[in-house]
Design a binder for this molecule. Structure first.
Ligand code: XUL
Length: 580
């Protein structure tokens, strides 16, 4: 039973910052804090939260930066008089694929943390690998080839794990560490994902990897929900023991470590619920249902959807679903997201989102046939690097005028999302635009989430047609839980590196695994907490969240422009791929 004043904590460890948000039983966000890695922990010398190595392919973050960031986060909460004793449970999310290598003996250190020391002091020598590989790394091409070969090819690997081999996927990262630094691998007693690493810090013990984030490793059999021995063997010896047994994403892992009880005043009853990946958490928090699609704009952009029958292909990924362990989600990840948009903002719009929005307004959908691919770093979807601009005659040009450049980056990014989602089987049918608008209106009246997957892509046009903003102010609109339309288009000028995250909020009904948890919802800058009475299912939990609101009416003419442009975009993409 919920008691007066109970609250729930969500923690998100993303690429550039760590954030915490607490909600109460009435959905009120009662606390928010963050620590920005570059600004608050300059001693680690990161840029955008990462170290890009001289090969330009290896990308890491010092694991002790993350530990120190958690110290700082909790100290900030304490300094602002946050009452930790009211926390009934906590959970969280992490950037996907990144890995942490706990040194032999670290488990004992975790179990006996002295409360008069910071986590950073206690864990200073607990890691076998000091620089954790993260999702931006693309240095493991060789390991990927070996893994695919060892299981019978890329499609076979996708059939087992949901994805062909990807450089950033954890199994390939582990294989690289085992190959390049075998001593470090030998010294490792446990490997965590970023999500299960933060859970471990709270638990004072190794936390299980959850099914959903575990699907981003090229190691898990997504049908059996267990490690694939064939994949493990291909990556490194003795890996099963180092990974522990994966669990459903809503598992209650135990109570918070006594360290937090003594140092910060947590209740010793406060439960730690499995943490998961940022994208799976976004799927949950946005209340996606089958037939929906969402786009998250962050350091990486992602498009994701709920699916029942997974049919893994060579593009995109299938992950276990974080809400329903018998279902799945598909995800497409684009590495050149907000940093690329910001770069163009700085170069072509005087560093101002207002100027950026004006430039969009000043140009027309389709950009008069000018189109661009903006891959500052090696892209994931597709694997291409460089900036490639084409004029209306499909000739490569080295420069666009500033306003055209602004539109080209946005149109290029949105067309890619639509193109790859269509490759996963989505279709825009005749009349979708009109249906979409009507549907959204009636959905919001009925209080159920949006249901037309194409709203967002049809809206590629809408995104660009800034003048067609709804009358609502962006902040008002974006307070609703579905960021899909709300954030995607109207607040374009506010995108400055936020990722959308959702956090699990647990409650203590251990007798009922399927229902004993809560989830909280978080979106950039605007937060809305979700909660429910103890023991309710996820569906019930999210029912009481505010209904989505229509933010933008898709422009009917948009599809006429972007339909043909999409075909052209894919043809030019082939050209760009072959030249790279
Ligand atoms: C998804 C991916 C990124 C990270 C960013 O596969 O690599 O979206 O999760 O945090």
């Amino acid at each position: 039973m919920a008691a007066a004043g109970d609250c729930y904590l969500g923690v998100d460890l993303s690429t550039q910052q760590i954030k915490a948000m607490a909600i109460d039983d009435n959905l009120n966000v009662i606390h928010e804090t963050n620590v920005k890695f570059d600004d608050d922990l300059p001693e680690f010398g990161t840029q955008g939260g990462v170290h890009v190595h001289s090969d330009k392919l290896t990308v890491t973050t010092p694991v002790l930066l993350w530990v120190k960031a958690l110290d700082m986060l909790l100290e900030r909460m304490k300094a602002s008089n946050f009452d930790f004793s009211k926390l009934k449970s906590l959970s969280g999310t992490g950037q996907q694929h990144g890995s942490v290598y706990w040194k032999n003996g670290a488990s004992q250190t975790l179990k006996n943390m002295p409360d008069d020391h910071s986590l950073h002091q206690i864990l200073e020598s607990s890691f076998a690998v000091k620089e954790s590989p993260i999702w931006m790394d693309s240095s493991t091409t060789e390991e990927c080839q070996l893994l695919e070969k060892s299981v019978g090819g890329p499609q076979r690997l996708a059939d087992i794990t949901g994805s062909r081999a990807y450089e950033r996927f954890t199994g390939n990262q582990i294989a690289k560490i085992n190959k390049k630094n075998p001593e470090d691998y030998k010294k490792t007693e446990r490997i965590s994902l970023v999500s299960s690493f933060v859970a471990s810090l709270f638990l004072g013990d190794y936390a299980a990897i959850d099914y959903s984030d575990g699907s981003g490793m090229n190691l898990m059999d997504i049908h059996a929900h267990s490690w694939s021995q064939q994949c493990l063997d291909a990556c490194a010896p003795g890996l099963k023991e180092k990974l522990g047994v994966p669990l459903p994403s809503h598992s209650i892992l135990g109570s918070v470590s006594p360290y937090y009880v003594k140092r910060f005043g947590f209740s010793s009853e406060c439960k730690v619920i499995a943490f998961t990946g940022d994208n799976p958490a976004s799927l949950a928090g946005m209340r996606l249902q089958q037939g929906d699609i969402a786009v998250s704009l962050g350091t990486s952009d992602t498009a994701f959807l709920w699916i029942q029958d997974p049919k893994p292909t060579l593009e995109g990924h299938i992950f276990c679903n974080p809400v329903d362990s018998s279902a799945y989600m598909a995800l497409i990840c684009f590495k050149n997201g907000s940093l690329t948009r910001e770069k163009i903002r700085d170069e072509s719009a005087s560093g101002s989102w207002d100027e950026f929005a004006k430039a969009l307004k000043a140009t027309c959908p389709g950009n008069n046939g000018n189109l661009g691919f903006y891959f500052d770093v090696m892209e994931i979807t597709p694997a291409v690097v460089g900036i490639h601009r084409f004029n209306t005659r499909n000739c490569k040009v080295s420069k666009f005028p500033k306003e055209m450049e602004v539109r080209a980056v946005i149109e290029g990014q949105m067309l890619a999302k639509r193109a790859y989602a269509e490759k996963l089987g989505f279709k825009v049918s005749a009349g979708t635009v009109e249906e979409c608008a009507a549907q959204l209106r009636s959905d919001s009246k009925q209080g159920r989430p949006h249901s037309n997957p194409w709203s967002v892509f049809i809206g590629a046009a809408q995104l660009l047609t800034v003048s067609r903003r709804s009358a609502s102010t962006p902040s008002k609109v974006a307070k609703t839980p579905n960021m899909l339309l709300e954030c995607q288009f109207p607040v374009l000028d506010e995108f400055s590196g936020y990722s959308i995250s959702t956090w699990n909020f647990a409650c203590g009904n251990e007798g009922d695994q399927s229902t004993g948890y809560r989830r909280g919802f978080f979106e950039p800058r605007y937060t809305a907490g979700l909660q429910a009475a103890l023991g309710q299912s996820f569906g019930n939990v999210v029912k009481i969240a505010p209904a989505p609101k229509l933010a933008v009416t898709p422009a009917c003419e948009a599809n006429k422009v972007y339909g043909p442009m999409l075909t052209r975009y894919m043809e030019l993409e082939k050209l760009v791929q072959n030249k790279c």
